[in-house]
Design a binder for this molecule. Structure first.
Ligand code: CO8
Length: 373
């Protein structure tokens, strides 16, 4: 079968960072205000008081210290707790397309490619800004790419599923090169009034160029050795936001139309699934886990990644073996494992093996074994 490589990656990091302390101060101001306004109902047992959040808890439970967002003043305003970003007109480049273009330019430069070399654009992420036209078609036009584009959503696993889709398109001859984009504006679907989850996510966009090995020109090539995808239905991470919401006005704006999860259950169920998938994908490539030089894991929770590494290796992973970016980026959904891959790849030598693995809502798990060329 035709050899396929990842020839370049790119990253857009939003301009604003929010520390745990800043986030907690805003949340606690909101909670105090809510509790004061509902004091009588709380005393009568009719309404539950909102407990305060804490930076110490957030860092201990998740490993997250800060996160990047597209806009922070609105999120940190206890009266609002949503970013303030004005709507754009139909004739302006949309926000999600704009961050795709920024990450794409970075990836194309690293791949030594221009728009003329790309035949297919895939926007693969957890949330699309609109129903249609597809984000990918807008990005295609903004970059001046001739060919076709479409959107796909497999939540946190969108990037790895996107890589596999792109590799198949190159292998079948459908495209010479594919641009995969993961614009995760997660702050749009995060409930900043929910103590259990207000700290979990951050915004970012990654870009990946996938093309045929025999014509690739980049100095940053990774051969795709093997990949496996798996989905298994679960309601433990769910968001009911959608275009049918308006059929029933009573549900509009309710918390189930934002991200929510059973964090403990997700942790317990997904870690073994991810470890098994990595082991199976490495084995099906005829390799041993001990031969893998680096694991670029989905960046949701530090303890989760430590546990997966222990399950695989039978020991703690060295920081260099499973790099962490969630401390400063938080969970950027599908972009997380690609940010780790993008930032921690230049020291690898020809022949070094690595695994990109994502896991999340669906459940969905995507695993890609790569070899540095
Ligand atoms: N401050 C202080 N205390 C808190 C806070 C807080 N902010 N939040 C909860 N607590 C309390 C709880 O009330 C609880 O108290 P008690 O013991 O008295 O009941 C105690 O702290 C422990 O709470 P938890 O059991 O919830 O805490 P955990 O240790 O389980 O940590 C985590 C919570 C961090 C959420 C953890 O469970 C986790 O990370 N789980 C895995 C989650 C995960 O990986 N999810 C992946 C989903 S991402 C994905 O697939 C993409 C979806 C699409 C993205 C859409 C964009 C938004």
């Amino acid at each position: 079968m035709k050899q396929v490589v990842i020839s370049g990656t790119g990253l857009f990091t939003p301009p604003h960072s929010i520390s745990n302390d800043e986030l907690v101060t805003a949340f606690n101001a909101y909670a105090e205000k809510f509790n004061a306004a509902n004091a009588e109902a709380i005393a009568a047992g009719e309404v539950a008081a909102i407990e305060p959040s804490s930076s110490a808890f957030i860092e201990k439970a998740s490993g997250i210290k800060s996160r990047y967002v597209m806009e922070k003043t609105g999120i940190l305003d206890p009266e609002r707790m949503v970013a303030r970003i004005p709507e754009r007109g139909d004739d302006e480049l949309s926000l999600q397309a704009e961050i795709c273009v920024a990450a794409a330019r970075d990836a194309l430069a690293r791949a030594g490619r221009s728009a003329a070399d790309i035949d297919m654009v895939l926007v693969a992420c957890s949330n699309m800004q609109r129903a249609y036209p597809a984000m990918a078609v807008e990005v295609q036009q903004a970059l001046g790419i001739d060919g076709f584009g479409f959107d796909m959503n497999v939540a946190c696993s969108s990037a790895t599923f996107g890589i596999q889709t792109a590799a198949s398109a190159v292998q079948s001859g459908q495209a010479r090169a594919v641009l995969v984009l993961n614009p995760e504006i997660t702050s749009g679907h995060l409930n900043f009034r929910d103590r259990d989850s207000h700290f979990i996510f951050g915004d970012a966009c990654t870009a990946i160029v996938v093309e045929a090995a025999d014509t690739a020109v980049s100095e940053h090539q990774f051969e795709i050795v093997e990949s496996k995808l798996k989905t298994s239905f679960s309601n433990n991470i769910r968001n009911n936001f959608g275009f049918l919401n308006r059929f029933d006005e009573t549900g509009v704006g309710k918390p189930d139309k934002l991200f929510r999860q059973q964090g403990r259950k997700v942790f317990k169920e997904v870690c073994p699934m991810a470890a098994e998938m990595i082991a199976a994908t490495v084995a099906s490539a005829g390799l041993k886990v001990e031969q893998v030089r680096r694991f670029w894991l989905h960046q949701a929770n530090l303890s989760m990644n430590q546990l997966i590494a222990r399950m695989l290796l039978g020991r703690e992973a060295e920081p260099d073996e499973a790099p962490v970016i969630l401390d400063t980026y938080a969970n950027t959904s599908s972009a997380g494992s690609i940010i780790a891959f993008h930032k921690y790849q230049d020291d690898l030598k020809a022949g070094d093996l690595g695994v990109i693995c994502s896991f999340g809502a669906g459940y969905s798990i995507g695993c890609v074994v790569v070899r540095k060329r």
